[in-house]
Design a protein around this ligand. Sequence first.
Ligand SMILES: Nc1ncnc2c1ncn2[C@@H]1O[C@H](COP(=O)(O)OP(=O)(O)O)[C@@H](O)[C@H]1O
Ligand SMILES: [Mg+2]
Length: 115
Amino acid sequence: MYAVETQNLIKKYGKTYALKGLDFTVNPSEIMVLLGPNGSGKTTLLMTLATVLKPTSGLAKVMGFDVVKYPTKVRQILGDFISRCKGLLETQASGDSAISCCNVRDQEERTQRCD
Ligand SMILES: Nc1ncnc2c1ncn2[C@@H]1O[C@H](COP(=O)(O)OP(=O)(O)O)[C@@H](O)[C@H]1O
Ligand SMILES: [Mg+2]
């Protein structure tokens, strides 16, 4: 079972394709980073996985649950995950949290952001 899986996922707004046949998998304990220019479909993908938007066609699953067939189960799983992440951040000092949140930035920018 994959943590996240999509197969030929398509989301159209009118005639505009926000997602055009997206296929990917993320294994449990694997970290995936979503990068792309404005308008490339990042928000649409996350909103679809979170069951806020319905795909036009194709398949999207979270922990094995189809987001269209089992939206309540998917929301429960995501809610549990987010509340556990929140707990993790609360156990850190605020400065540590800020560093964790921007640790992919270069050192100079990180220092500025954490100041
Ligand atoms: N509510 C909407 N109505 C119409 N088009 C939209 C809507 N939301 C996003 N789009 C279009 O879908 C494409 C993907 O947008 P989006 O998912 O917001 O990309 P990103 O988050 O990567 O910037 C863009 O072409 C955008 O203009
Ligand atoms: Mg966005």
